[in-house]
Each structure stands twice: as C-alpha cells, then as structure tokens.
Write a protein of this length. Structure first.
Length: 94
C-alpha cells in the first residue's frame, strides 16, 4: 500500500484509497484488512492517506470522517465507505 499526500499521485484507473489518521483505532485495523486483500488483487492499486499530512487532498475529496475508503475505476469514483470494513466487505467493495 503506497502512502500519498497529493491527488496527482493517485492513479484512478483501478484503485482503492484509504484515508485515516494514526490515532484512529478503526483506521489501523482497516489497514491490516486492506493489506490482506491487496495480496489477492495485484490488479488493483492500493493507496493510503494520513489525513493530518494531506489536508488539501482531504478537503478536495470532501472527507468528513475516518476511516474512509474510496474505490476508483476508469478514472472515476465508483464507491465510498465510511467506517470499519471486514475482509469480506472489502472483497465485495472491489
């Protein structure tokens, strides 16, 4: 999972973006689940953003709560989830 701070670093063709903070318990748990799913789906690029380090990106994406996970396909946002996700939920999210 690649850490980014700017929207220009995000490839939106086929990707998942997680926005969170280091002190958020659910944010840390969801990262572990995302990493497990990432190993099964090499065709999908996985990114994460520390909301504290990327305030402009957080504002641009209109993030209000963390963790937020956004799914991109063909350059467009196709899904968004706010809150914890199980491995099964992430699989279905893809």
């Amino acid at each position: 999972m690649k850490t980014i701070t700017k929207s220009e670093e995000l490839k939106k063709e086929n990707s998942v973006l997680k926005i969170g903070t280091p002190y958020c318990g659910p944010c840390q748990l969801i990262v572990e689940n995302l990493k497990l799913v990432e190993t099964k789906h090499p065709e999908v690029e996985f990114y994460e953003v520390n909301a504290e380090d990327a305030e402009d990106l957080v504002e641009e994406l209109r993030i209000r709560n963390v963790p937020t996970v956004i799914r991109y396909k063909d350059g467009e946002e196709v899904k968004r989830n706010v809150g914890m996700m199980t491995i099964e939920q992430i699989e279905n999210f893809l």
